[in-house]
Each structure stands twice: as C-alpha cells, then as structure tokens.
Design a protein. Structure first.
Length: 367
C-alpha cells in the first residue's frame, strides 16, 4: 500500500465521491471509503490495509464482484526487493483474470522499468503522505528482529512511477528474483539466453574461447549447471564432446528435449567433485560461481584444466582472491580473456532492463 499511495492520493482527493478499494494482498478484502476529507480517507485506508501474516496469504485473492470490468488495478512490483510486497504483486496478477495490472516501481533497484504513468506529489499531498506513513506501525519504519524496515526513504518517493504488465510478465519478473521460493513455474528461457542479443553474443564468444583454449575439437568437456542448453548446444555443434549436468528438474527436462539424454546427468558441482566419475580434459564452469558456497570444491574435480566465466566484478571480488590465496598451491593461472563487455539489456523484453555486467574467461591449470 505504501508504494501505490501516491496514485491513490489523487483519487481519494474527491471528498464527495464514495471509493471502493480492493486489497489484493489481503485476500481480496474490500475497503469502502465514504465521502470525507483526504486525511481521514488516507488514515482509514492505511488502517484497513494494515500488515498481515504473509504465511496466511492465499494463492490468489477471492475478489468476487470486485473484479468487474472498468476497475483499475494497482499492485506492488513483483520484482520488489521486499518479499511481502512482491508476493502481493504476484497475487494481484493471478487474480486479475488475464487483464493487465498497473504496478508501482517501488523498491527494485537492480532494474529500470518501462514506465507508462508517473504521479508527482505537490507539497500538500506529500505532507499528507508523510504524515500517513508516520502513523504506520513503528516496526515498518524501524524494522524488527533481523528484518529490514519496510518503509525507508527509497520506498517513499515524491513521484511514484507505474508500469503495466500482463500476468505472464508478472510471473516472469517474480521468478527472476524469487525462484528459490517455488511460488511460480519456471518461465520459458527465463534469462533470455536464446533471445537476448547480449546473451547470444556471450554464448557465441564463450564457445569460440573454449575451442581456442583447447586448441581444437578432439576434447572432452563437462559443463555443470547447463540450464536449458543454450551453451551446450553450440559447444557440441562445434565438435566437442560435452557432458552436461543440471540438478534442476525442469531445466533438465528442457535440456533433454533440446539435446537428447546422452551425456546428461543431474549432478551438482559438489557431487561431481566427490564422485569423480566424469573425468574430462576440461571442466567449463560458466557463470555458476554465484551459486557456489565454497570455491575450493574445484580441487576435487577430475580434471587438470578449469575454464571459468564470470562477471568482472565477481572475478575481482571472489575468484581471484581465492585462486591467488588458498587455491594457488593447486592451480596456476594460464589465461584471461574478456568475452563480452558490460551492456545495457532488457531483463524482460520491453518491460524491465538493467546493466548486464559482462563476462570474462579465466583459464587455470592444475599444478
């Protein structure tokens, strides 16, 4: 409710009209706002929309007659950094009956959005908004236990921005940030590896780099975390023998449909290191160290050659310190190559975009 308050202020500032607000994040409960002054309406609305228990939120609000044609739908961004707000945006998408929903940009600093409406507040309306926020339960502004405050400067803008999404786009955005929670199905090609010009260039550059580093095609490669096979397919097409592993069941099904079941396993990187049943000329660790807790797992891999790709920032902050520190007794650097530079790119086509961080290839040989 905090993020959509800017838009509501202009609607509620009509004291002679009755307004009905459907609270999609609270199971579809309806708040009836009688004709009265703006300050009283805001206070009533915030009281009705008090924080609930996210564990009891239904999979979709029961809206009933609230979903009539002509209703305008607002919701929190399904890519909001605050999990409860993002969840309510997802629920609104599911309840909207296929229609688009207007989402507040909210607190989603990783990305920018294709905004189709902005509502700046003048001094009077901004004062009303801040007074209303100050009447919220104190823990929303101060945080409680180990939780961060829900209301901070960044979540109380003087100009709220909105963008519209269909239900599939909302599910896609939510998945990109909250996939581990399992609330949504995996969308097709979630990271745009087959559709984004940047990602296609990254895959093509990685394929060329692997072949050039190995010096030909008569080599065996293991690719952990192959996802849907966007990189595996061109590697195999280049003539390399590639064993792809993918622990995620849905990605593994898609990988199997794309490549067949030959040389395809569910092993994690840790299992590959402990079982050691896939010796290879090289292990290609492409963009997977973001998900690995302990880099030293590479010591157990049955290979003498590591081909690693990752963003320049992650390489400098995590990989190089380990390989030049704890890992230097077992591994020596044997090459570095910029595969693609950073670039602005859509995260969800036509909806959300961000700076992709680029990719660098590192080569390490066992001592």
């Amino acid at each position: 409710m905090v993020d959509v308050l800017s838009e509501f202020l202009s609607i509620l500032d009509s004291p002679d009209e009755k307004v009905r607000v459907v609270l999609t994040g609270l199971g579809g409960r309806t708040a009836e706002l009688p004709p009265e002054g703006l300050e009283a309406r805001v206070e009533r609305l915030l009281r009705e929309a008090g924080p609930g228990d996210p564990a009891t939120a239904p999979e979709a609000p029961a809206l009933g007659s609230a979903a009539e044609d002509g209703a305008v739908w607002w919701a929190h961004n399904p890519a909001d950094w605050r999990a409860e707000q993002a969840r309510s945006g997802l629920l609104a998408a599911r309840a909207a009956g296929g229609r688009s929903v207007r989402y507040a940009v909210g607190h989603a600093g990783h990305s920018q959005f294709a905004v189709d409406r902005a509502h700046p507040l003048d001094g009077r309306l901004l004062g009303i908004k801040l007074d209303a926020l100050n009447r919220l339960p104190p823990e929303l502004l101060s945080g409680e236990a180990e939780r961060q405050p829900q209301v901070i400067t960044a979540t109380a803008p003087s100009c709220e921005q909105f963008f519209s999404l269909g239900p599939g786009q909302a599910e896609h955005l939510y998945y990109l940030l909250y996939a581990p929670l399992g609330h949504v199905e995996v969308p097709p090609d979630p990271w745009g590896l087959d559709t984004s010009a940047y990602e296609r260039e990254r895959v093509a550059a990685t394929t060329r780099w692997v072949r050039a580093t190995l010096g030909g095609t008569d080599f065996t490669v293991v690719e952990p975390g192959a996802c849907e096979g966007a990189l595996t397919a061109p590697l195999r097409a280049s003539g390399l023998t590639v064993t792809a592993t993918e622990p995620h069941a849905e990605f593994r099904r898609r990988l199997s449909r794309r490549l067949g079941t030959a040389d395809l396993t569910a092993d994690t990187l840790e299992e590959l290191a402990s079982k050691r049943h896939f010796p290879a000329d090289a292990y290609l660790l492409a963009e997977i160290f973001y998900y690995i807790d302990d880099i030293s797992v590479v010591d157990g891999l049955p290979t003498d050659l590591l081909l690693i790709t990752s963003s320049p920032e992650f390489i400098e902050s995590s990989l190089l310190p380990w390989f030049s520190g704890p890992g230097k007794e077992k591994w020596r650097p044997a090459g570095r190559c910029t595969l693609v530079p950073p670039r602005m790119d859509f995260l969800v086509e036509g909806v959300a975009y961000q700076r992709k961080r680029g990719s660098v290839g590192l080569v390490y040989r066992r001592n």
